[in-house]
Design a protein around this ligand. Structure first.
Ligand code: SF4
Length: 168
């Protein structure tokens, strides 16, 4: 977890890191470039290499259980705007449903924070939010500020324009 220089958020959280390219909009993925640099610097979260055809050095999809509880442990009382997974796509198919459940449970336990999630995988996001609603499980809400960032007419990505899926 770290303070962010991104103007529309306060902090970034990365309970998962790494990703696989899914559309042409990934061609200039800043996270992939940054992961390579962080791997070379020895950063522990970025030592897992991804498939070179779709990912890169230090950018293999990795789950970090120690990071999931950071909002609870570090800011129990203050309110923060947090960008979840600036170095990944939390809805990547390699992120297990169980791990995703842990992340959503943490969000539910910390309603004082506003979570911003961008994804190129809106179907999994929609499915995850729908399953929680169908179960009537208040502890598994949809993200507070979900979004799909579009980089072109047909593709969505992290690096382009944000299109909210639901009101915040
Ligand atoms: S989905 Fe996002 S994080 Fe993943 S490769 Fe594409 S731009 Fe990068």
């Amino acid at each position: 977890m770290s303070a962010s220089k991104i103007e529309w958020t306060e902090i970034t959280l990365n309970p998962t890191t790494g990703c696989d390219r899914i559309s042409p909009g990934c061609d200039n993925c800043y996270a992939m470039t940054m992961a390579k640099r962080l791997k070379a610097m020895g950063s522990p979260k970025y030592q897992n290499d991804g498939d070179p055809r779709t990912s890169g050095p230090g950018f293999g999809v990795s789950m970090h259980p120690e990071s999931v509880l950071e909002p609870i442990l570090k800011w129990p009382r203050t309110s923060r705007i947090a960008f979840l997974d600036s170095m990944s796509d939390v809805f990547d198919s390699r992120v297990s449903a169980e791990f995703l459940g842990r992340i959503f449970a943490t969000m539910a336990l910390t309603p004082q924070h506003t979570y911003q999630i961008l994804t190129k995988r809106p179907n999994r996001m929609r499915g995850r939010a729908g399953a929680a609603r169908d179960a009537g499980n208040a502890a598994q809400p949809s993200p507070r500020r979900p979004g799909v960032a579009c980089s072109g007419d047909a593709h969505a990505g992290h690096s382009g324009r944000e299109v909210p899926l639901a009101p915040s």
